[in-house]
Design a protein around this ligand. Structure first.
Ligand code: KG4
Ligand code: ZN
Length: 331
């Protein structure tokens, strides 16, 4: 089954053709990062205008790359939420139009289900498993008893982990998006600054706003005293705390649920500290830990095509009344 998938929930306009939920036949991703960098974050109105300008071209380019026409496609999948409403609407309307004109089934895909199923593009996912979803908008632990069944165990009470990376990067003025930069700087620094481990309890919930405030206070304090902060050491100190809290809670969830499979998903799954720490801990516990290729970690339509296949198998189909949703729980 060949699915043409569309993703436009934030600042990437993307289209993919995915076969049987696992084979990437063609993927095109048009990123707007360069445009939003000037503002230090994504500007929703600008994002939706660029999606609108580019969506047709991205879909055409994706079909051309695969040397296919719409006759080779069996269904259309699209991210309907959560995300920026104006951005989502562009993808949803494009998908609805294609489905109607070419008489193909329309599959609505939750963005987080997409991030999770990015893992199926590397190797076939097996169940039960626990998914750690870490992105710019989400930090969640999801239990999957079976295919396309999601139970939320916990999540962030305030900022998402990727958001906190981006904010810390802004505080120390190292650019946007902050995650990859801070990750790289952390490798060059040592753990010098004492930062609080957030929500250090037995729950599966996370909190990153206190950690962000601690970084802001530290930066101001050093500034007022005329002391130059060592940015690499601050990046390393920050990343260590993030890695510690995420690793601890994820391993606890795996043990409590007696699950031997972990998948990491979302843009922050690209983080070297998180990957390394979870791999180490999972090795010790005999848990199989996997994560997507770097190119499938951040937003892309391939993951939507992969998830769409399993959604379709579950009978999840939409009609032309499908609407974009800015917020929506996966479970
Ligand atoms: O999944 P994604 O592309 O978009 C959302 O659905 O939110 O994730 C983007 C987030 C950004 O916050 C970015 O800073 C973060 O992922 N990110 C990273 C790394 N690469 C991307 N965070 C930490 N370390 C990285 N290597
Ligand atoms: Zn995402």
């Amino acid at each position: 089954m060949r699915i043409l998938a569309i993703e436009s929930s934030c600042d990437e306009t993307s289209c993919s053709i995915i076969e049987d939920g696992s084979i990437d036949l063609s993927t095109v991703i048009l990123s707007q990062i360069d445009i939003h960098t000037n503002f230090g974050g994504v500007v929703p109105e600008i994002a939706s205008r660029h999606h609108l300008k580019n969506i047709t071209m991205v879909i055409e380019e994706c079909l051309n790359k695969a040397k296919m026409t719409m006759n080779d496609i069996d269904a259309i999948a699209v991210t309907y939420g959560p995300g920026l409403i104006g951005s989502l609407l562009v993808g949803v309307e494009a998908a609805k139009t294609l489905a109607w004109v070419y008489k193909k089934p329309l599959i609505p895909v939750h963005h987080i289900a997409g991030h999770i199923y990015a893992n199926n593009l590397n190797k076939k996912m097996e169940y039960p498993l626990i998914a750690l979803v870490v992105s710019g908008g989400h930090t969640e632990l999801i239990y999957m008893k079976d295919e396309y069944e999601f139970e939320k165990l916990g999540g962030t009470l305030d900022d998402a982990v990727g958001e906190s990376y981006d904010k810390v990067a802004r505080i120390i003025d190292v650019g946007y998006p902050g995650g990859p930069v801070i990750d790289k700087m952390a490798k060059e620094g040592i753990h010098e600054y004492d930062l609080p481990v957030p929500l250090n309890d037995d729950s599966y919930n996370f909190s990153f706003s206190g950690l962000k405030s601690a970084v802001i206070n530290l930066a101001h304090n050093y500034d007022q005293r005329g002391i130059k902060i060592n940015k690499e050491n601050l990046a390393k100190s920050f990343q260590d705390v993030v890695v510690e809290t995420i690793t601890k809670k994820t391993i606890k969830a795996l043990k409590d649920k007696n699950v031997k499979r972990l998948i990491i998903a979302g843009g922050v799954a690209a983080n070297s500290g998180i990957r390394e720490s979870l791999l180490n801990e999972c090795n010790k516990e005999g848990i199989d830990c996997s994560y997507p290729d770097l190119k499938y970690c951040t937003d892309n339509a391939a993951m939507i095509g992969a998830a769409g296949y399993f959604a379709f198998k579950k009978g999840i189909i939409a009609d032309s009344s499908l609407n974009a949703r800015s917020s929506k729980d996966l479970a």
